[in-house]
Design a protein around this ligand. Sequence first.
Ligand SMILES: [Zn+2]
Ligand SMILES: [Zn+2]
Length: 143
Amino acid sequence: MNDRFPDATPEELNTSDATCIMCRKEMTTAKKIICGHLFHVHCLRSWLERQHTCPTCRALVVQLENGTTAVGGQQGSQSYAHQHAELKFQDIINSPSLDAASRKIDNLAEKKELDSTLVLMITKAWSAAKDSNMAKDEVRNFG
Ligand SMILES: [Zn+2]
Ligand SMILES: [Zn+2]
């Protein structure tokens, strides 16, 4: 948890409204999540046990287990856009059904948030899923 999100800098605490939205108390130290919002580390922890979205803006707070944590490292604008695509992608991929995923994609398209990076990710994932389904069918036919 402590490594997953970077500490907010004193500047960030000064420039933003340094009140934690969860407990309404002032923050002297805080953690910054991927969308840039700040929270007390203990408030954030208890929230993330139940939710995976930012309590302020509903951005998905992604938790990549493969070590490529979306926060930290390069903070350039390009990687930031990529992180956002990644968040939306994870949200779509984690849909309970293909219908739900399609609805989410339609939604993003309507809001003009379906950018090329995201489309590429989805296309790749879907062709991979199709391949693995076909492979399963083949196995079944052999059985
Ligand atoms: Zn708090
Ligand atoms: Zn947020």
